[in-house]
Design a protein around this ligand. Structure first.
Ligand SMILES: Nc1ncnc2c1ncn2[C@@H]1O[C@H](COP(=O)(O)OP(=O)(O)OP(=O)(O)O)[C@@H](O)[C@H]1O
Length: 605
């Protein structure tokens, strides 16, 4: 992947690294030649040797700078590609299950970490190669002086390599084990630094509680890292002591041999340079090689995320999805969120006729939102089937199905984007189409509020990002008072809800519109107005509406009561009231609340 991301830079980096690796060997040989020349009075060649040393040193210095620049560039390009691959894969997951799986989220975090600088792998791999070049260069020189000693130095590196490889596997396993603690630590840290949670944290005095929890997670992760570091420290110190003793013994032997006249001054200089060079290079080789191995092991998470197939079974024989004509049928649909979770739906049979509005009603946790998530195929039913004009929606590519559906979810997202973009996310083909965006905003009754914003539709709906990053980065002085120089705007809860509705209006020609609590944050007048508008816009189209405000759904063509995971009542408002069941009880209770308030006024009259 790194090669594909930056082939020329990788080649340049390797070349510059190899030049850097060959330099100490060349300098050692040149120094030996100079010393031998001086010892034997061969002064004629000295000038040439000195000039060569100067040139080699200059080239080495330039190569060092080039290596640094190229390494950075390889890192940047590879990281860009890795993130692109990773997030392209993440957005390709069609269902929601993976985002609710702690093990997957742990893996994703490690994948993100390794995607942050995959070029480091080239770095460590090249360092290993660089070490190998230096070792090879020096080994020849050392072997001339003492083959036995050379063999000893090389052999002493083998156990070090094996032990380090084992430890790197242990380190990777440790990183996986502490993943959950590290993810929780990040969670607490983010909670303490976001505006969304700031109100409750301050009012409930949660600051210390969250900080201590964050530190506890950090300590847990640190303890595991510390144990690993200590083990590595002991092992590495012992290995270094062994190799230092080998080199020390060799040095003693060389000096004694030189004293006996068996070796020349140049040989001693070469031995000192070569033994130190070999040892240092072997260390680099082992540690860089082991690090490369460790990075490869960690990068496995990236590969696994990127190569993970679809989380929902792909249709074996994909069907096209004609415009809805008859309706959508849920046939004996059973669903639970996991094998160890309770059943949420237990055999739901429901028909949503084309062109009608079906309201789903039921107590908290009855499974209404779950049902609409199944309609969008964010999950597949555990048993049973959902049929769109008789076609099982599992036989249709999810993107085809979803292009037919418009929705306002209960937990819609307030994007920290401009107001226009916040509406356009409902249908990205409208991003550049101000007229469509404005029409949708008018239909949702939020146009006036948006034009009144400091920059109208182009106002950034965020207090966390600077609306004018360029202007403020040009300003010489950072604000010191703690008060931001400029800031974006936030909407009220109801205005946000209208904005979410505008997203849905942008797609109002869809076959199926899902409205999960579309008016919970609206004032009574707005609620009435929006529902009237919705009824007009959606007349003759298929909608599924969920609302706890039963007054808002009484006009629905069909009202369906969910309880205990099943459809327990079904009919029009009038027929359900006549049946005097759960719906009638809920409606009467809600209506009584309003009537009690109204009565005193009526009595006064
Ligand atoms: N992603 C999830 N993972 C596990 N359980 C879930 C998930 N979403 C919902 N549940 C569980 O499924 C049940 C039904 O939840 P659902 O949100 O569908 O209810 P609802 O009828 O829409 O409730 P409300 O009226 O409160 O919005 C609840 O018991 C809830 O705890």
């Amino acid at each position: 992947m790194v090669w594909r991301a930056a082939p020329a830079h990788v080649l340049g980096y390797m070349a510059a690294t190899l030049v850097g690796a060959a330099t100490p060997v060349a300098l050692a040989w040149l120094t030996k030649a100079v010393l031998d020349g001086l010892a034997h009075g061969r002064t004629a060649a000295l000038l040439g040797l000195a000039v060569t040393i100067a040139v080699v040193t200059t080239v080495a210095a330039a190569a060092a700078h080039a290596t640094q620049y190229l390494r950075g560039e390889v890192d940047r390009r590879a990281a860009l590609r890795a993130k692109d691959e990773l997030f392209a894969a993440v957005t390709r997951f069609t269902g929601l299950t993976r985002f609710e799986s702690p093990a997957f989220l742990d893996r994703l975090r490690l994948a993100q970490q390794s995607a942050a600088n995959p070029g480091r792998l080239v770095d460590t791999a090249t360092s290993t190669a660089r070490g190998a070049v230096t070792v090879a260069g020096f080994v020849g020189s050392l072997a001339v002086i003492s083959p036995t000693f050379t063999a000893l130095v090389l052999l002493s590196a083998v156990p070090a390599l094996l032990i380090e490889l084992r430890m790197s596997r242990q380190r990777v396993a440790m990183l996986w084990r502490i993943g959950p603690a590290e993810r929780r630590e990040v969670f607490y840290a983010q909670l303490m630094s976001t505006a969304d949670a700031a109100k409750e944290i301050r009012l409930f005095g949660l600051g210390d509680f969250l900080r201590l929890r964050m530190l506890a997670e950090l300590r847990t992760a640190d303890a595991a890292r510390r144990r690993m570091d200590r083990r590595e420290f002991v092992v590495q110190a012992s290995l270094s002591a062994v190799s230092a003793s080998v080199v020390g013994a060799g040095l003693v032997w060389t000096i004694l041999a030189a004293g006996r006249g068996e070796l020349g001054v140049g040989d001693v200089a070469m031995f000192v340079a070569a033994s130190a060079g070999v040892q240092a290079a072997l260390n680099v080789m082992v540690s860089a090689g082991v690090m490369a191995y460790e990075q490869l092991l960690t990068f496995r998470h990236h590969v696994e995320v990127v190569s993970a197939g679809s989380d929902l079974p792909a249709p074996r024989d994909p069907q096209s999805l004609p415009a809805l004509r008859r309706g959508i049928e849920l046939r004996d649909v059973w669903f639970r969120y996991g094998d160890d979770h309770p059943w949420v739906l237990r055999g739901v049979d429901l028909f949503i006729p084309n062109g009608s509005t079906v309201a789903l009603v039921g107590l908290n946790g009855a499974g209404k939102s779950t049902l609409v998530k199944l309609l969008c195929r964010f999950y597949d039913p555990t048993r049973g089937a959902i049929l769109w004009d008789g076609v099982d929606i599992r036989d249709v590519p999810p993107e085809t199905l979803r292009s037919r559906i418009g929705a306002v979810f209960q937990d819609f997202v307030a994007y920290e984007l401009t107001a226009a973009d916040n509406i356009a996310v409902g249908d990205l083909s409208a991003v550049e189409d101000g007229t469509r965006i404005e029409r949708a905003a008018r239909e949702a009754g939020v146009h006036d509020a948006l034009v009144a914003l400091p920059r109208g539709y182009d106002t950034l709906l965020s207090r966390e990002f600077d609306p004018d990053p360029e202007e403020s980065s040009e300003a010489e002085d950072a604000p010191t008072s703690g008060v931001p120089s400029s800031s974006g705007v936030l909407l009220s809860g109801g205005q946000w809800q209208r904005l979410a509705l505008a997203r849905a209006f942008l797609r109002s020609d869809q076959d199926l519109m899902i409205l999960d609590e579309p008016s919970s944050g609206l004032d009574p007048e707005a609620e009435y107005e929006i529902h009237t508008r919705l009824a007009r816009l959606r007349s003759g189209r298929t909608s599924v509406v969920i609302s706890h405000r039963l007054g808002a759904v009484r006009e629905a063509d069909r009202i369906v009561v969910l309880a205990d995971g099943r459809v327990t009542e079904e009919g029009t408002h009038a027929s359900l009231l006549a049946d005097d069941g759960t719906y009638a009880r809920l409606f009467t209770r809600q209506a009584a609340g309003y009537r009690d308030d109204v009565q005193p006024t009526g009595a006064a009259r």
